[in-house]
Write a protein that binds this ligand. Sequence first.
Ligand code: GRF
Length: 213
Amino acid sequence: MTPARVAVLISGRGSNLGALLDAAETPGYPARITLVLSNRPDAAGLAVAAGRGVAAQCIDHRPLAHDRAAHEAAIHAALLEHGIDLVCLAGYMRLLTPFLVGTWAGRMLNVHPSLLPAFPGLDTHARALAGGVKLHGCTVHLITDQMDAGPILAQAAIPVLPSDTEASLAARVLTQEHRIYPEALRLHASGLNGAYDPAASLASPLPPLAFTP
Ligand code: GRF
């Protein structure tokens, strides 16, 4: 099977991009990262892409701040120009309009740092701590016109420890993002939606909890 051509859309650090690039280099992986687009020129992920020899381009949203349609048209044109099959959002911090969402329906994935449908939107780790949840995690889902609400492809859960801070929780969730995003892309690019094994997310033993229920 010819590997799917994948574009990754970023706005910042690009650690999930790195995880996807690593996975895509493994033999038999059904996708190749062939384009990285950022809406911010200072996104560190652009250097990650360049360092791996992947075409990387900034389509700055700021000159088009009042014209989302024009910004998305430029993104769409770049995706077409590079013959892209699938799009992975990885820390892409722009809301999409129905044009891009509809055009790429079923072919656009996102990773979100919570167990959706809990905590859509921003500041998920702080809200998880404030809400006193005992399990937190991350989700890979398809993009639809509802923010952070499309069909779920993969999830991983971690325990929230009494000692957790926003930073410690974010770090442990990010480790799981790096694990499940490549797995979800592998399944999606292989046409194996629904085959994600959530038990695999529970395979590692939970650390002992420091409280008495
Ligand atoms: C990740 O936590 C992702 O879930 C969220 O933004 C962060 C991006 O991190 N949407 P990185 O740029 O992939 O390192």
